[in-house]
Design a protein around this ligand. Structure first.
Ligand code: HAM
Length: 414
């Protein structure tokens, strides 16, 4: 019979890699919860309009969305990104601002799969709604930077830009269109630059890269309010000693951005997939989703890419196995059932072999498990109502009364 495999562009995460995921999520949660962000769980799918409203001009929404009609005739999409669902939830429930949320969740995009690019990927992210204070931008960018630092990554660059607002962006787009109209662009963008001129700045093809070398830069044309906002963000980052690179070409892959935008580029990864995180302001998104005008900012970091960057830099290894004790029972009785159960209830990680394996096989399994101690329940121990405690590293052992052994082990390990 044909064997099933995980769908193209998806991955199974098995131990010990999955233990690394747990550690990464815990590290992220700790970092952002210390800054007042609370966990938000939102559905894995939404009405398709939630996403259409925020990215009509983007590949993510136009070409890559997993959308379908459900059995009730509703148009549904699997979440391609994490910001629109949180803002939709904010608009629906109206929590008191500032509303500071974090999430760890899968996203679905029908992309061409390759290393670091999947059809299901996972993001750790935050969204903060309710103020356009530039100090909040600094807080959010600093949180992303702290996560990078806590992982031990040192070859990551923060790329920073401002995409302006309703006042300065429209005249800039007109100027950019006028500039692009007389340039040689790639085939795709020659056809689409009028509708979405910003995308051309992001194009990796040689023609567009060369054509936009001298293109006008929005950072040079920001209105007074946006320029002041951006200056305060930059000064805030500098006061924290967070280095960044101004990147006027950084336009991001979603339409909702205003003002501050940023990306974290991992130098150790292949340049096409080296963004380990990205985000920015979206001051018009709540309104676009039918809510009251509410500015917001956030970021998402790709779990898979962060861990690839960790591998490339040789940091944040998979943690050691979790059990401390291996129970070896050679009598075929119930000692192993009882001891593992009591140890676990006392908070000690414990495991055992099954299938009545030989003593030799059980010790082999004990060594493989990485456990520090083996508890041996053999015929002699059963006769004297004791258990032998063997230190698997030092090779020493001692005999302990059965009634005291769990407490003895607990103390020894603590
Ligand atoms: P994004 O840049 O599309 O932004 O995705 C954020 C991060 O998710 C990327 O930097 C990358 O690490 C990871 N990522 C994206 N697509 C894939 C993929 N196909 N395979 C593997 N990893 C991927 C957003 O999604 C915004 N919602 C971020 C945000 C939050 N902006 C404001 N708040």
């Amino acid at each position: 019979m044909a064997e099933f495999r995980a769908p193209v562009g998806t991955r199974d995460v098995l131990p010990p890699e999955s233990a690394r995921w747990e550690r990464l999520v815990a590290l992220f949660a700790g970092t952002v919860e210390r800054a007042g962000y609370g966990l938000v769980l939102s559905p894995m799918f939404e009405e398709v309009g939630v996403f259409e409203r925020v990215g009509e001009g983007t590949e993510i929404v136009r070409k890559e969305m997993y959308d379908f009609e459900d059995k009730g005739g509703r148009r549904i999409a699997l979440r391609p990104e994490g910001t629109a669902p949180v803002v939709r939830a904010y608009v629906q429930h109206r929590p008191t601002p500032p509303f500071k949320a974090w999430y760890a969740a899968p996203n679905f995009r029908y992309e061409r799969p390759q290393a670091g690019r999947y059809r299901q990927h996972h993001q750790l992210g935050v969204e903060a709604l309710g103020t356009d204070d530039a100090d909040l931008d600094v807080e959010v960018l600093a949180l992303a930077w702290s996560v990078v630092g806590a992982l031990g990554l040192s070859q990551v660059t923060m790329l920073l830009n401002s995409l302006g607002d309703d006042v300065c962006r429209p005249p800039y787009l007109d100027a950019l269109r006028e500039f692009l109209a007389v340039q040689e662009l790639c085939d795709e963008h020659a056809a689409t630059y009028e509708r979405n001129p910003l995308r051309v700045l992001d194009c990796k093809r040689d023609a567009c890269r060369a054509a936009t070398e001298e293109a006008p830069r929005l950072v040079d044309l920001l209105c007074e309010a946006c320029a002041a906002h951006f200056a305060r963000v930059r000064a805030g980052l500098e006061s924290l000693g967070i280095g960044y690179e101004l990147q006027p070409r950084l336009v991001r892959g979603l339409d909702y951005y205003t003002r501050t935008t940023f990306e974290l580029a991992a130098e150790a990864l292949d340049s096409a997939q080296n963004a380990v995180g990205g985000g920015g302001r979206y001051d018009k998104l709540a309104e676009a989703l039918g809510g009251p005008a509410t500015p917001g900012i956030g970021f998402g970091m790709g779990v898979e890419r962060l861990l690839l960057a960790c591998d490339a830099e040789g940091v944040f290894p998979a943690p050691a196995p979790a059990v401390d004790v291996w129970v070896v029972d050679t009598t075929g009785g119930t000692a192993a059932i009882a001891l593992t159960h009591e140890l676990r209830a006392a908070g000690v990680g414990a495991d055992r072999s099954f299938d009545g394996r030989s003593m030799k096989a059980q010790f082999k399994a004990a060594d493989r498990s990485g456990a520090a101690l083996a508890l041996i329940a053999g015929a002699d121990e059963a006769a004297s109502n004791t258990v032998t405690v063997r230190d698997l590293r030092a090779g020493e052992q001692e005999t302990v009364d059965r009634a005291d052994v769990v407490e003895h082990v607990r103390k020894r390990l603590s």
